[in-house]
Design a protein around this ligand. Structure first.
Ligand SMILES: Nc1ncnc2c1ncn2[C@@H]1O[C@H](COP(=O)(O)OP(=O)(O)OP(=O)(O)O)[C@@H](O)[C@H]1O
Ligand SMILES: [Mg+2]
Length: 372
């Protein structure tokens, strides 16, 4: 049985639907990210779970108990916000102790727990500092320790790293995950940063306009995006329209060029239009031998970007759109320049979707998909 359940939750503000019938669950100790663009309802949903907001419909269940109408202070949840929200007139240690003071604990017990938590977040030496004597990253560590101090059953974090610079953000990601796993605490983590969600989570709920568009492991979300929206929001996805030339042999026409696609969806016939989804890293520069075969296509290089460990090439397929190609650094990529012609191959995973007759290239969510 899941530990935390969000069941068909809805929240409207005036005429606007902020959360539109969202359901998902988290097992005990699971780290679930709520990932979505600005305004998609992530914070509203988190505030409903925390008890700062009451839903218009639906339920929040924790440990089998319906807490939908329970006040926030009775839910035993810890929350960390984007802005550190520390008490400026209190030391780091006093900030961490804050949630413990209201409990009937001996002073020595409180001091012990505060030290333990400061140690856990890597601030063992800095308990006597005031917030303005700490860096942003350190302040956010204090906020995390403060949220964890009362031993909450659920930890809620709303974009806790977005105010920090890139390098600290990556460090703290790992720290938060380590601490969360050490404590085995059920966690909801709001972010609009796909890399953050992919790298930290057990599971991800992708939000779009107040709805949970897809729920899955990071690998599932990345490899099998359930909709156009998810495919575009998580990572880069090439979307190419082709027409089926010879169903039996898997030959499709991509612009003016034929390409072989191993497994087309069952329901396509000759003449149908299909959309091919392939990640930039799923496209490979064809070797000379492969280039002679019919499952490679020629593209025109438009831009070559150096991205550190890899190159990103933007290329044009004659009459069929733009293609992003990721290539590792130690390849021929360095030799390419805008204007060059290049042959590429499509590797797996590749998703091919039959396009409806109505408006090709838009709103084809929900039609049959096949994995090549
Ligand atoms: N108190 C409120 N009154 C009116 N509208 C609100 C209120 N809170 C949120 N909204 C609206 O509900 C929608 C969802 O907001 P929410 O803050 O949940 O989005 P979000 O996904 O957290 O976005 P961001 O990534 O920008 O933080 C937005 O359109 C927002 O304007
Ligand atoms: Mg928000």
């Amino acid at each position: 049985m899941p530990f935390l359940e969000v069941h068909e939750v809805e929240r409207r503000f005036a005429s606007q639907v902020a959360v539109d019938g969202v359901s998902f669950s988290a097992d005990k100790g699971e780290f679930v990210s709520l990932l979505g663009p600005s305004g998609s309802g992530k914070t509203t949903l988190l505030r409903i779970v925390a008890g700062f907001e009451t839903p218009d419909a639906g339920h929040v269940i924790v440990g089998g108990k319906d807490v939908t109408f329970l006040p926030a202070q009775k839910r035993n949840m810890g929350m960390v916000f984007q802005s550190y929200a520390l008490f400026p007139n209190m030391t780091a240690a006093d900030n961490v102790a804050f949630g413990l003071r209201t409990r009937k604990l001996a002073r020595s017990e409180i001091r012990q727990r505060v030290n333990l938590l400061l140690e856990l977040v890597g601030l063992g030496e800095k308990g006597s500092r005031y917030p303005n004597q700490l860096s942003g990253g350190e302040q956010q560590r204090v906020a995390l320790a403060r949220a964890l101090a009362p031993n909450p059953s659920v930890l809620l974090l709303d974009e806790p790293l977005s105010a920090l610079d890139a390098r600290i953000r990556v460090n703290l990601r790992g720290e938060i995950r380590r601490i969360q796993q050490t404590m085995g605490i059920t966690t909801l983590y709001v972010t609009h940063d796909q890399e953050e969600a992919l790298s930290m989570s057990d599971r991800i709920v992708v939000f779009n306009q107040g709805r949970a568009e897809q729920i899955g492991t990071p690998q599932e979300i990345y490899d099998q995006p359930a909709s156009l929206f998810v495919s575009g929001f998580v990572g880069t996805m090439n979307r190419l329209t082709a027409s089926v030339a010879h169903r039996q042999r898997g030959i499709c026409q991509l612009g003016s060029q034929p390409i072989t696609i191993e497994s087309l969806p069952d329901d396509v016939q000759d003449g149908d239009r299909v959309e091919i989804w392939i990640r930039p890293e799923g496209v490979r520069i064809a070797s000379a031998e492969e280039a002679a075969q019919e499952n490679s296509i020629e593209v025109l290089v438009e831009q070559v970007m150096f991205l550190g460990a890899r190159y990103g090439i933007r290329a044009v397929i004659d009459q069929a759109g733009t293609l992003m190609v990721d290539v590792p650094r130690q390849t021929v990529a360095e030799a390419f320049e805008p204007g060059d012609r290049l042959r590429v191959r499509f590797e797996e995973p590749l998703t091919v979707t039959k396009l409806g007759l109505s408006s090709p290239g838009t709103g084809n969510d929900g039609v049959s998909q096949a994995r090549a």
